[in-house]
Design a binder for this molecule. Structure first.
Ligand SMILES: Nc1nc2c(ncn2[C@@H]2O[C@H](COP(=O)(O)OP(=O)(O)OP(=O)(O)O)[C@@H](O)[C@H]2O)c(=O)[nH]1
Ligand SMILES: [Mg+2]
Length: 328
């Protein structure tokens, strides 16, 4: 039973619509990985969380160190639910730091996660793309490993495989092995990557956040909503009643407030002063936001609210909209 070295799926040549498909079982990569790597041709696979949860439960029953990788820009609301599966020592790796404004204090970001109901031995803020704090991370892994296996877990798209590739290329000089992409469920099975004789990192498929917008948009839209550079916060002084509209994705109605949007720079925000019906066909949420809270639109970003207000939000039905204490 051969496995694809890029995504960890079991290679098969029977069904081109299933994961692991290849015409040539002797080749190391499945067709989907080959196409992502060579043509940036992304193919969405449908997945459910059952297998992922089995993997997490298995890890939870071992004396292993867990690196929990969290995307600082797009962290899921149900992060704390991971405590159902993981009783391990957890090293919290907050990644994609490059996407948040530089002037935010790292201490503040770390403090945000202080109450996570997991056995967190330490935490670190990194960026795989910008190579920030990767040496410190490796030192921490070695410090807390204590001869145990090291599993890299988290939600899909958090950047787990990118981080492992980065550690691999930095410390061994080898080429990246694991397939990465902006699509959910890129990694399908468990993949072991040896960094040296004493350290092997075990990549795992990410849990799906079924409430995230990334599951419900086309690949072209996905390219726009996933930020590639540091996000420039966009501030809107709302005088009277106004609507702010982002593509076909979101409408926000607010009165006399000050709102700061943290979304990808490529997304245009249109301001409307008249009471048009644009996007009112989308699912309506009345969000009770308090001053200095974020309204989070799962998968799209967040909006910091400066005054208490019941804000009207219209977005796709499947997408979760909620408030949290402000991250920034
Ligand atoms: N800006 C930025 N993007 C990153 C960083 N790390 C990963 N990414 C991007 O995040 C996306 C997802 O990365 P992956 O490494 O495939 O994520 P994953 O957690 O392995 O996802 P699954 O395999 O689906 O569970 C890719 O588009 C990466 O380029 C980072 O430090 N900064
Ligand atoms: Mg992956």
């Amino acid at each position: 039973m051969n496995k694809c070295i890029g995504c960890g799926s079991v290679l098969q040549s029977e069904d081109s619509n299933q994961v692991g498909y290849t015409r040539d079982l002797e080749k190391p990569l499945c067709e989907r990985c080959f196409r992502i790597r060579n043509y940036s041709d992304y193919k969405l696979v449908s997945n459910n969380n059952e297998e992922f949860i089995d993997i997490l439960n298995n890890i939870g029953h071992k004396d292993a160190l867990v690196l929990l990788v969290v995307d600082l820009f797009n962290m899921p609301n149900m992060l704390s639910s991971l405590n159902q599966y993981l009783s391990n020592d957890v090293l919290l790796v907050l990644t994609k730091r490059d996407l948040l404004p530089r002037d935010v204090y790292d201490v503040k970001l770390k403090k945000y996660f202080a109450d996570l109901p997991l056995h967190i031995v330490d935490s670190i803020i990194v960026s795989s793309i910008k190579n920030n704090h990767i040496d410190e991370l490796l030192n921490m892994i070695r410090q807390y490993q204590k001869g145990r296996e090291v599993y890299v877990v988290g939600f899909t798209n958090a950047g787990k495989s990118t981080l492992i590739n980065h550690l691999l290329t930095s410390y061994t000089g080898e080429k990246p092995v694991i397939t990465t992409s902006m699509l959910p469920s890129t990694t399908i099975g468990v993949i072991k990557i040896a960094i040296d004789d004493t350290l092997t990192l075990i990549d795992t498929p990410g849990l799906l956040d079924e409430h995230s917008l990334i599951n419900y948009v086309s690949i072209d839209t996905l390219k726009k909503i996933i930020p590639k550079r540091e996000i420039k916060p966009r501030s809107y002084q709302i005088k009277g009643r106004q609507s702010l509209i982002i593509d076909e994705l979101l409408r926000l109605d607010s009165t006399d407030n000050n709102l700061i949007f943290f979304i990808a720079n490529d997304l245009e925000i249109k301001r409307k002063y008249n009471n048009s019906d644009e996007l009112k066909n989308l699912c309506h949420h009345i969000v009770k936001a308090h001053a200095y809270e974020d309204i989070v639109i799962s998968g799209l970003g967040f909006i910091k609210v400066m005054k208490d207000e019941d804000v009207d939000i219209y977005t796709k039905e499947e997408v979760e909209v909620y408030t949290r204490k402000s991250l920034i």
